[in-house]
Ligand binder design. Structure first.
Ligand code: ADP
Length: 386
């Protein structure tokens, strides 16, 4: 109970308490990260907004709980009201490029060879991020074998052109662009060479009306050809996600792709191992039929985060073939749970890269306030867990 002569709590006291809450990913306290907004303290009634760095962060609930705990220690408070939102951080420098200033993060998804499930992983991760509340686009840049239209049941999909800009198609909450939507051209793709291919990708990136996106997932062709190179050199991107399989690890093909992006100074967000194990229907035991720990080994060797392992599941394959992604048809399956966990880890890594970038820009005295201001408009709201 608050007594008549209870001391008045000051804003400094509140901030001091909140300053003890550390974001486990960013390893910084939430006050200096600017996550506390609109703080109001009147007559020991406290109100503020906690603005998390992404709706998909794996630690969101933990941070929220920690905040409630430290504020609970201010026993003189009469009331406490917290609004929880998330604003995805900018993981790429937007002022260097003019065409894509509304896309906060660009994530290239790469693999050493074809058939490892790179497109499947790109699509389901994009849906998982979108389901968390983020605005997500998917660019199928696998010009030689665009499979995203089939996986989304959009074989007859097409894109409109308005005011010289491509309008992405919409599916399952995603903005989607694919070379596969240009049916005639896609048959000829195999004969296209370097400069033409690079030109097409640049157009898909820059001449598309993406509007505000928190994450753009770019499904790259396998290997180290013109398209991955063009993506790395055309615009600033947040980083590359590498998809491997246990067999892929054994044959060392993923390593080549990693090496190329490292040489180009593109950050590697981490590794996801696909088809990593099998879970028997109705059970939860993981059977590592191709051997365990391959993806982890690569991530340790190259000092990059291991972001998840996706089980082998016939539902993934039949869903891909029938245009119904498993994230939509079976969201409680072990595969969907694994995609969700990986998506959270990826979002967390993007926040870490964004925080690093912000620090670099600040140390160069290069922060652009107008960009920051405009980005608040695309704030996805998370659920408060009261
Ligand atoms: P990539 O883009 O690397 O060439 P795809 O995403 O097209 O690979 O996947 C190749 C095939 O493997 C597809 O038929 C797809 O449905 C299937 N597949 C991908 N991941 C899984 C998985 N985890 N379990 C079962 N089948 C999968």
């Amino acid at each position: 109970m608050n007594g008549l002569f209870d001391a008045m709590v000051g804003v400094d006291q509140v901030l001091e308490k909140l300053g003890t809450v550390i974001d486990p990913d960013l390893k910084q306290d939430i006050v200096s990260m600017g996550m506390i907004k609109d703080l109001e303290l009147n007559d020991n009634n406290l109100k503020f907004t906690l603005e998390l760095t992404t709706p998909a962060c794996p630690f969101n609930v933990e941070i929220e709980d920690d905040v409630r705990k430290v504020i609970g220690e201010l026993t003189e408070l009469k009331s406490f009201d917290m609004n929880v939102t998330a604003k995805v951080m900018e993981g790429r420098s937007l002022d260097e490029d003019t065409g894509m200033a509304t896309v906060k993060n660009i994530i290239g998804v790469a693999s050493g060879k074809g058939g490892v499930g790179k497109s499947t992983v790109s699509l389901n991760l994009a849906i998982a991020l979108s389901q968390s509340g983020a605005k997500v686009g998917l660019l199928d840049a696998d010009i030689y074998g665009p499979s995203i239209p089939l996986m989304l049941g959009m074989k007859d999909g097409y894109m409109e052109v308005e005011e010289n800009k491509l309008q992405p198609a919409e599916s399952n909450g995603l903005k989607v662009v694919s070379f596969g939507f240009f049916a005639e051209q896609s048959h000829q793709a195999a004969i296209y060479r370097g400069p033409i291919i690079s030109g097409i990708l640049k157009q898909f990136l820059v001449d598309t009306n993406w509007s505000d996106l928190d994450y753009l997932i770019v499904d790259l062709p396998p290997g180290t050809g013109d398209i991955p190179l063009t993506l790395a050199q055309t615009i600033p991107i947040t980083g590359i996600l590498v998809v491997t399989t246990p067999q892929d690890v054994a044959s060392n093909v993923a390593v080549k792709a990693i090496g190329m992006f490292e040489k180009l100074n593109v950050p590697i967000i981490g590794v996801v191992e696909n088809m990593s194990h099998f879970v028997c229907p109705g059970g939860d035991e993981k059977h590592y039929i191709f051997g365990q720990g391959g993806g982890k080994k690569i991530s340790e060797q190259y000092k990059m985060p291991f972001l998840g392992e996706i089980p082998l599941n016939s539902g993934i394959m039949s869903g891909s073939d029938s245009g119904k992604p498993i994230m939509m048809t079976d969201p409680d399956s072990p595969s969907a749970i694994a995609f969700r966990a990986s998506a959270k880890n990826i979002a967390a890594q993007c926040s870490i890269l964004a925080a690093k970038l912000q620090q670099e820009m600040e140390s160069e005295g290069n922060t652009d306030d107008s960009t920051k201001e405009s980005s608040t408009e695309s704030t996805p709201e998370t659920q408060t867990s009261n």
